[in-house]
Write a protein that binds this ligand. Structure first.
Ligand SMILES: Cc1cc2nc3c(=O)[nH]c(=O)nc-3n(C[C@H](O)[C@H](O)[C@H](O)COP(=O)(O)OP(=O)(O)OC[C@H]3O[C@@H](n4cnc5c(N)ncnc54)[C@H](O)[C@@H]3O)c2cc1C
Length: 333
């Protein structure tokens, strides 16, 4: 009998990836839905690593009832082979009902391998996960964009376990809870020493820009702003904001892909998102529609961005931004 919601806890240099905490919090919501069906599914953090015994306390504070801790020198870095093996072994040993993995570089790499090894399905890049409350099954309904984001497909995995999904960072919110220390289960693992890739050295490429995924305010530019980036950057500076972009703008080469917001870019959740000359295609809004306040400036009154904007300004952004800056400076100074 399978039970419990497992969440892969990704770490780097003894720091837990934000997406892992976001998934624990979302798993807690699923637990509440299961409870309505009389099912007592626990939230279990699966933590492979080395010298990471200080981390479970944080996991309990974000919703884990239990933590499976698997420590091994080879798990110091999250390598594809070692992490995939441990997760597959843990699934075989504990038979979880579901397994959630952050769609980070490592998560995207290991999730399909693990799914294939334990002979189950995987829904990649999910945006909504909920328990099927309408039927008497305990299936998860896992929704993800399809056909370039123009459609959303809901996928179920009725015959195999665990029900696996990867979820991109910032799709869900992390929520700290008042938690007591939960149970820590120590899981022993061994590796065949012969044919493993070993990471000898890791060189971190210095980011050219700040990470927009962590920004509180984003001023984002659309294709039409390619020749007016100085204006966008200057306005962003006034607000101490980061500069983001649509794919339309990134395609012009004016800014790099690291600031692209959307389905094939980053998912952001700032307090304020100011979309300048961005049409509001679904592939863009998929990455920013959870911003607390969306302000859109667009010369086309029928632009789709106005359907999700909290404040809409119809007009030429090139003329509006300097005026807005002037007004803001009066307040800020
Ligand atoms: C598989 C797939 C994945 C994709 N992934 C992404 C993604 O991650 N992120 C993303 O952004 N897109 C993505 N796209 C592309 C997306 O469909 C749109 O083409 C793109 O978002 C359009 O960018 P844009 O709004 O900047 O440009 P446009 O569509 O060219 O729109 C420009 C807008 O600017 C307005 N405008 C023009 N001049 C001014 C002015 N002076 N002042 C004010 N407004 C002005 C126009 O009215 C218009 O609304 C993806 C597409 C596919 C098929």
């Amino acid at each position: 009998m399978t039970k419990d919601i497992f969440v892969f806890i990704e770490t780097r240099n003894n720091i837990i990836a934000e997406v892992s905490l976001q998934l624990l919090s979302e798993a807690r919501k699923l637990k509440a839905q299961y409870a309505q069906k009389g099912l007592n599914h626990q939230v279990v953090g699966v933590l492979p690593g080395y010298n990471v015994e200080n981390l479970p306390a944080t996991l309990f504070n974000y919703g884990a009832d239990k933590v499976i801790l698997c420590q091994h020198e080879k798990l110091k870095e999250a390598t594809t082979q070692h992490t995939s093996k441990v997760l597959s072994d843990i699934i075989r040993a504990f038979a979880p009902d579901s397994f959630l993995i952050g769609a980070t570089v490592i998560g995207r790499d290991i999730a399909p391998r693990v799914a294939a090894r334990v002979d189950t399905g995987l829904t990649a890049d999910a945006t909504i996960i909920e328990v099927d409350m309408a039927s008497d099954t305990s299936l998860l309904l896992i929704t993800r964009p399809a056909f370039g984001g123009n459609l959303f497909g809901t996928i179920v995995c009725p015959n195999f376990r665990p029900q696996m999904a990867t979820i991109r960072p910032n799709v869900f919110e992390k929520t700290e809870i008042e938690a007591e220390a939960g149970e820590i289960i120590h899981f022993e693992t061994t590796f065949d020493e012969t044919d493993w890739v070993e990471i000898l050295k890791r060189e971190v490429q210095q980011a050219k820009t700040n990470d927009i995924a962590k920004a509180r305010i984003i001023v984002s530019a659309g294709r039409s702003m390619a020749k007016h980036l100085d204006l966008i950057k200057d306005f962003a500076q006034t607000l101490n904001a980061e500069v983001g972009a649509s794919r339309g703008l990134v395609e012009t080469g004016a800014l790099g892909k690291d600031v692209q917001v959307g389905q094939t870019g980053k998912t952001v959740r700032p307090l304020v998102y100011i979309a300048c000359g961005i049409s509001g295609a679904v592939q863009h809004t998929a990455g920013m529609d959870k911003a607390e306040c969306i302000i859109a400036i667009n010369s086309d009154p029928n632009a789709a961005i106005f359907q999700i904007a909290h404040v809409g300004i119809v007009g030429d952004a090139v003329l509006i931004l300097p005026k807005l800056k002037e007004e803001l400076q009066k307040i800020l100074n």
